[in-house]
Write a protein that binds this ligand. Structure first.
Ligand SMILES: O=C[C@H](O)[C@H](O)COP(=O)(O)O
Ligand SMILES: C=C(OP(=O)(O)O)C(=O)O
Length: 451
């Protein structure tokens, strides 16, 4: 029976009656209403059909027939929504994807933490520096990074700017991935460059050489499929600010169903995944593919309850669990979750976020992560899946295409004393370009071992 418009609207607004954690206290409620009304009139950033296409690809991941590479900044910034920054990120993502595709022998689903990752949940609502206390920075969609009372004021008009920066970024991504920049041979040439010209890359000469020979063979055969010249790219972000996500939810004219058109995929964070909370309630009514972060305290019962709530019909590709246990915990904590979830028979894709469980503060005060911990968590993720006979479905990372110094270690070693040199993140530390490529080659080797 078709669902009436008023009952869909009622469902989409039901979250308003529930506790919504991590929402900014907007200074100006009237202004917020004006902005939300304006957002509701804006064109969609993505189309429902594209979300369905991603859902199909994620269904393949859950079946063990594809692998996800999801990544981008911890916190995108308005100032960082430039052609250069977006291109560098995409370039790195594409380079990683080629290596993973070759090693895994399965399609790699490419999803950016891009074009919408402008809001951050925080551990504390305030930040104190030299005895001065100000509201915490919650992402450019909410307030400014600068440590001044003016910048830290919550400003609803920033939601509109987040929408426009998302549109600009997504437009660049669409152009770069369809307009020749993503040509497979070109991307491979960048990888050859990394292997030949960086000490970190030299260890991967063999794998790069194999890819080179595979491409030469295809060329000699005259094979030049369309897929070599462009890639499918999808956007994603944490659906944190419910007013923003609600304002960008539209009814798909084909099916009459609601889609959050702010991104192809949205996820619920570790801090907002309460079963009876507003985020779960809102996301259960939109038809996009959705993710849920699961940290080290998540229980198998919670995972099952989330599945029941968010995907009661067991729709393939609808639900992805993004685990972020920490390198020291993953081997103990993940197996019971996977076993119970598998036992339920409902399809789920498993992705490993090896960043968020491995953050620590360096003596200099910089938040950082060790490359070795990141790699160890991914290794543990593969080990657990191999032992259980399930599919390690992908990785979710915070990275940038620039040569920042935010995480320590990697082939081109960064030590704690280097962190101050280019520490540019607006929130958590990201892998730089070389560390990201390093990780891709290492994960490729893990993938091969797992097969
Ligand atoms: O990206 C994740 C969170 O927003 C981040 O880890 C919170 O950081 P905080 O502990 O500094 O608030
Ligand atoms: C906040 C994030 O992660 P988590 O919810 O896993 O802490 C994030 O991915 O930006």
């Amino acid at each position: 029976m078709p669902v009436s418009t008023s009952s869909v609207t009622g469902q989409l607004d039901a979250w308003r009656a529930l506790p919504a954690l991590q929402q900014p206290e907007w200074d100006d409620a009237a202004e917020l209403r004006t902005v939300v009304d304006e957002l509701a009139k804006q064109p969609p950033l993505v189309f429902a059909g594209e979300c369905d296409q991603l859902k199909e690809s994620l269904a393949a991941v859950a079946r063990g027939e594809a692998f996800v590479l999801q990544g981008g900044d911890c916190a995108e910034t308005f100032a960082g929504s430039t052609a250069d920054a977006v291109r560098n990120k995409l370039k790195t993502l594409l380079q990683m994807a080629v290596v993973l595709t070759y090693a895994g022998r399965v399609p790699v689903v490419k999803i950016g933490r891009m074009a919408g990752q402008f809001a951050k949940p925080r551990s504390k609502p305030v930040e104190v520096r030299d005895g001065v206390e100000l509201p915490a920075y919650r992402g450019d969609a909410v307030n400014g990074f600068e440590f001044t009372p003016q910048a830290r004021r919550t400003d609803p008009r920033r939601l509109l700017q987040a929408y426009h920066c998302s549109a600009v970024t997504l437009n660049l991504c669409r152009a770069f991935t369809k307009g020749g920049y993503a040509d497979l041979r070109q991307v491979h040439a960048w990888n050859q460059d990394f292997v030949a010209n960086s000490p970190a890359g030299r260890r991967y000469e063999r794998l790069a050489g194999e890819i080179d020979r595979a491409l030469a063979f295809m060329k000699a055969c005259g094979a030049d499929p369309e897929e070599f010249h462009g890639v499918e790219f999808y956007s994603s972000h944490e659906a944190l600010l419910l007013e923003y996500e609600r304002a960008l939810t539209r009814i798909d004219s084909r099916s009459g169903l609601p889609y959050d058109v702010s991104a192809h995929m949205v996820w619920i964070g570790e801090r907002t995944r309460q079963l009876d909370g507003a985020h779960v309630e809102f996301l259960r009514h939109i038809r996009n593919p959705i993710g849920v972060k699961l940290g080290p305290t998540a229980t198998a019962e919670e995972a099952l309850a989330l599945m029941e709530r968010l995907n009661p019909e067991g729709e393939p590709g609808r639900l992805t669990f993004i685990t972020r246990m920490g390198a020291g915990r993953i081997r103990d904590v993940l197996p019971p979750l996977i076993e119970k979830v598998r036992g339920s028979g409902s399809p789920v894709a498993w992705i490993c976020d090896p960043m968020h469980g491995n953050t620590f503060e360096a003596p200099s005060g910089h938040k950082t992560r060790r490359f070795d911990d990141v790699l160890d968590e991914v290794t543990g993720f593969f080990e657990v899946h191999r032992a259980l006979g399930t599919h390690p479905g992908g990785i979710h990372i915070e990275f940038t295409g620039d040569d920042v110094t935010e995480c320590v270690g990697g082939g081109h070693e960064i030590v704690e004393d280097d962190l101050h040199q280019r520490y540019e993140t607006a929130c958590d530390p990201r892998l730089n370009r070389s560390q990201s490529l390093d990780l891709a080659f290492m994960v490729a080797e893990l993938y091969r071992e797992a097969q």
